[in-house]
Write a protein that binds this ligand. Structure first.
Ligand SMILES: [Fe+2]
Length: 348
């Protein structure tokens, strides 16, 4: 059976000014993961971290704490450091006036002109250094070696075959308050990733990682991303993992020809209305464990959530399907024929 086990973490928002409750929560998350893997004899193939490892641009100290935490996690789960995958979130980049000014004075049409965009890219990429350094220190891999414009692809070999991770950067144009429906992955990042993907051997599972859910991109980019990531001539993703909204959410984008399953999870800080400076929540923090069965096209999701004491348990409230154990199985290879088969089985 070709089965692949992925842990989904997001939005740890690590700061060097946080209180002990937050580090206790992160340690509880590791303990819970070790418990899950031991009690279920799970072999974790990869950890996907979908952004906002640090809070508010991250100080040197915050990036150091984050780096140490991921190394602790790798050690506790006994996995290869290369099998941890990161994409940047808006908090992983410092706010820069230059970015704000550039976006205010640039028409989005200019982003479709490669020469102009390449010139602007120097400004956009300048703030990626601290994040990229942390990723290199944790994984030993420089994700930006093979492509320009912020995206990358990594393939890992597991006991059951190849998993391909398409690392999408949705944070390069983030500025803060105006981000919803205004962000870009961009044509040039997608073109680079598609060209790189064409040169690679087929994989048994292809997952996208992107910090922002798709509705945070501008309308033209939403269409571009979904089309390019769900077409056989583009990158035919099996699912895409997101963070950013500090909750759990599973959605299908589906039409008669193709579909895409979006999986959102994350820890995060309290709602804006409840958040003081350097205040973090200990309850309703989420992470997830996914088991993708590439033979049947079915995904088993285990949703985990923290309580008021900062301990993790099964999330039985998010979906009716998981109301007993916080775990359920759904299709991820979204072809209508598969869904029809599913409904036929239900009728029996
Ligand atoms: Fe975010």
């Amino acid at each position: 059976m070709k089965s692949f086990c992925i842990v989904h973490l997001s939005d740890l928002h690590i700061s060097d000014r946080e209180d002990g409750k937050t580090s206790n929560l992160r340690n509880a998350l590791i303990r819970d993961l070790v418990d899950r893997t031991q009690s279920q004899s799970l072999k974790i193939d990869a950890i996907a971290v979908t952004g906002d490892s640090v809070d508010r641009g991250g100080s040197v100290g915050a990036f150091q704490i984050a780096e140490e935490y991921y190394k602790q996690l790798i050690h506790a789960l006994n996995i290869e450091k290369e099998n941890v995958l990161f994409v940047p979130g808006n908090h992983d980049y410092p706010r820069r006036t230059a970015i704000q000014v550039l976006l205010e004075n640039t028409s989005t049409d200019d982003f479709y002109n490669k020469t102009l965009f390449t010139e602007h890219w120097e400004t956009f990429q300048a703030r990626q250094k601290s994040f990229q350094k942390m990723v290199c220190n944790v994984t030993g891999v420089n994700d930006l070696e093979n492509t320009e414009y912020g995206g990358s692809i990594r393939t890992i070999q597991t006991d059951n075959g190849l998993i391909r991770f398409v690392l999408l950067n949705s944070s390069w144009a983030c500025t803060g308050e105006r981000d919803f429906s205004n962000l870009f992955v961009g044509k040039w990042q997608l073109d680079e990733l598609i060209n790189l993907n064409r040169k690679l051997p087929p994989a048994n599972l292809v997952l996208g990682l992107m910090h922002h859910p798709i509705d945070w991109l501008n309308i033209a980019d939403q269409k571009l991303v979904v089309e390019n990531l769900t077409q056989p001539h583009g990158i035919n993703l099996d699912a895409i993992l997101h963070g950013h909204i500090h909750t759990g959410r599973l959605d299908y984008t589906l039409n008669p020809d193709r579909g895409l399953l979006s999986l959102v999870s994350g820890v995060g800080y309290p709602d804006k209305s409840n958040r003081g400076i350097d205040q973090f929540k200990v309850s309703n923090c989420r992470y997830a464990i996914y088991n993708f069965d590439a033979d049947s096209g079915m995904l088993t999701v285990q949703l985990r959530v923290s309580n008021e004491n900062g301990s993790f348990a099964a999330d039985t409230l998010l979906y009716d399907l998981g109301k007993e154990t916080g775990s359920f199985t759904i299709p991820y290879k979204l072809k209508l024929s598969l869904i029809e088969q599913g409904s036929a089985l239900e009728k029996k």
